[in-house]
Design a protein around this ligand. Sequence first.
Ligand code: FES
Length: 81
Amino acid sequence: LAVTLMPKSSGQINNLILKNEAKVATVCPLKDIEDTVNSSDKGVVAYCRCWRSSTFPLCDGSHVKHNKATGDNTGPLVIKK
Ligand code: FES
C-alpha cells in the first residue's frame, strides 16, 4: 500500500462528527465487523473516511457530495467477506 502524505492545511477535516469530543477514536472489535459483514445483504461493510456520514462510522454515501463540492477524492474503507 503506497501512501502519499499531503501537507497539513489549516482547515479541519471533521466538521460534523462528535465535535464536543477532544478526539474521535472509533473502536470496532473484529467480532463486530465480522457480524456486520455477515449480516449485510452484499457481504460487505463500508466505513466512512470522509467525516461527512450521518451514520458514522459507517459510510452513507455522503463522500460523493463532498467530492463533487470540493474536488476531493475521498471514499470509504470497504471490508468484504
Ligand atoms: Fe464518508 Fe462515504 S460517507 S466515506
